[in-house]
Design a protein around this ligand. Structure first.
Ligand SMILES: CCCCCCCCCCCCC/C=C/[C@@H](O)[C@H](COP(=O)(O)O)NC(C)=O
Ligand SMILES: Nc1ncnc2c1ncn2[C@@H]1O[C@H](COP(=O)(O)OP(=O)(O)O)[C@@H](O)[C@H]1O
Ligand SMILES: [Ca+2]
Length: 480
């Protein structure tokens, strides 16, 4: 029994005991299939009160030594995310686990969009908490992350509008209880979109650092992104789906088909700074897993050279007609695409994978999309390029010619000439059209953007996807 306890102790999270009946139940995590965790318990009976008491005390003392576990959490619930079951999921599946693990909580059910962001940014007394938790989808996570990151920068005196400044990492960890439509951030960091599994990762105090991209337009900060920044296909899907929010998660399927059939392409220029060093490549099949060596290497490199100067680096410039431009800072795995948009992207390596899908036939594009759902390589097409980058920019075509004219003939004549061309082109229907950027499920107000990856800016209550099977706890199974 001592052996069993040693093997599984770090996954023990609670104890309940009954003095008169002389038994104590120890609660622990059991690993199930497909990265799901379940709460199990083993009951110890004892004929002597004093012995039972000793067990309980010893286990409590051992639990108290695990200092990375949260004791106080601030929870935000979006009652309208996904299938609108956030409140129910929290009350029935998550709250009982928190109470079993003696985690105390302050719970806020949001009353409007950006409620959680604004509360975190200005009002919340963060000193009281060891972490913040959101119950909702990727949009809800993004709200909370914005609140927390912006507050951290304000308190540290860092100007978010400046791309030159090094952002301050956030001290509080973020937990995600999936109750949204895509839940890609949860799925890609835990391996499932199961609320109980996420609650258990929170109570055992897991910690997973994560990259955050900042998105700017000229000198103004727009938003942060941790998962997908998508222009063209994913921008259009999101723009169309926002009008169908009442449909719930199915809106993405309907808008996906509609956008696919419209087959629009967009012209513009993408420039980027490639990642250097041992960062691997998007096609190397080295998937980011729990304890990933590439991400660990990134953390130790950061200790050595904080914010190296990128002035000497050379930008790669690519001009063209694109069906989609996607930057995946993590795999973006989700139930719809279990390996994700960039299966080998890393959670915490300080890079993002830039995927360029050039104009091609509908059939070819369909083949590329379908490969997101099966084992085939979605990058193995002549019209798809993928680069691992630490910074990139995009300029849509008409803004390019606007600025080119400005540069060449910075006078009123040039501008008049340009607007005449634009009018003529609009009339004949060949005016270069623009899409929107989908930034973690939010539409950006600008199309010309500059993106910079901030390595390991935040931490989640997660441990990355575990290799399967790690060890199935055969001893724990025997103990039941
Ligand atoms: C014809 C078959 C097409 C299959 C294509 C499958 C590719 C799916 C890849 C999805 C990548 C999702 C990245 C996550 C984005 C979320 O931030 C965002 C917002 O999610 P939320 O509504 O907040 O849960 N969702 C979408 C669809 O834009
Ligand atoms: N109480 C609320 N009322 C309306 N919208 C809200 C509320 N709380 C959060 N939101 C917004 O709802 C949007 C979608 O939330 P999310 O939880 O990501 O669900 P989904 O995955 O279905 O999009 C987010 O952008 C968030 O800002
Ligand atoms: Ca990354």
């Amino acid at each position: 029994m001592i052996l069993i306890m040693q093997v599984t102790f770090y996954l023990v999270f609670g104890i309940m005991w009954h003095f008169h009946l002389c038994f104590s139940a120890v609660f622990y995590v059991e690993r199930m299939r497909q990265h799901c965790w379940r709460c199990s318990n083993v009951t110890f009976h004892c004929s002597e009160h004093s012995m039972c008491l000793l067990w309980v005390q010893t286990i409590r003392e051992q639990l108290a030594l695990l200092t990375n576990r949260p004791k106080n959490l601030l929870v935000y619930i979006n009652p309208y995310g996904g299938k609108q079951r956030g409140k129910q999921i929290y009350d029935h599946k998550v709250a009982p686990i928190f109470s079993r693990a003696s985690v105390s909580t302050d719970v806020i059910v949001t009353e409007r969009a950006n409620h959680a962001r604004d509360h975190l940014k200005t009002e919340a007394d963060l000193k009281k908490y060891d972490g913040v938790v959101c119950v909702g989808g990727d949009g809800m996570f993004s709200e909370m992350m914005h609140g927390l990151v912006s507050r951290t920068q304000r308190e540290a005196g860092v100007d978010e509008n400046s791309m030159e400044e090094t952002l301050m990492p956030c001290g509080l960890r973020i937990g995600i209880i999936p109750a949204g439509s895509t839940d890609c951030i949860c799925y890609a960091t835990v391996g499932s979109n199961d609320p109980v599994t996420s609650a258990l990762h929170i109570v055992v105090g897991d910690s997973q650092p994560m990259d955050v991209c900042s998105v700017h337009n000229e000198d103004s900060f727009l938003r942060y992104s941790v998962s997908l920044l998508g222009y063209g296909f994913y921008g259009d899907v999101l723009t169309d789906s926002e009008r169908k929010r009442w449909m719930g998660p199915a809106r993405y399927d309907i808008s996906g088909v509609k956008t696919f059939l419209s087959h629009r392409y967009y012209e513009g220029t993408v420039s980027f700074l490639p990642a250097e060093g041992d960062s691997g490549t998007p096609r190397d099949k080295m998937q980011c897993r729990s304890g990933c060596s590439i991400c660990l290497q990134t953390s130790s490199d950061q200790l050595v050279s904080k914010n190296e100067d990128s002035c000497g680096d050379t930008w790669t410039v690519i001009r063209g007609k694109f069906l989609a431009i996607n930057a995946a800072s993590m795999s973006c795995a989700c139930p719809r695409s279990p390996k994700g948009l960039s299966p080998s992207a890393h959670l915490a390596d300080g890079t993002t994978d830039l995927i360029l899908v050039r104009k091609c036939s509908r059939l070819n594009f369909l083949c590329h999309l379908l490969r997101h759902t099966n084992k085939e390589d979605q990058f193995d097409h002549s019209f798809v390029e993928v680069y691992r980058v630490k910074q990139f920019r995009f300029t849509p075509r008409y803004q390019e010619c606007d600025s080119e004219v400005d540069l060449r003939e910075s006078g009123a004549t040039g501008k008049r000439f340009l607007s005449q061309i634009c009018r003529e082109h609009r009339a004949c229907g060949c005016m270069p059209s623009q899409s929107n950027w989908n930034c973690d499920g939010e539409i950006l107000p600008h199309t010309a953007i500059q993106v910079l990856v901030h390595s390991q800016l935040i931490k989640l209550f997660a441990r990355g996807i575990e290799e399967q099977p790690v060890f199935e706890d055969p001893y724990a199974q025997c103990a039941i």
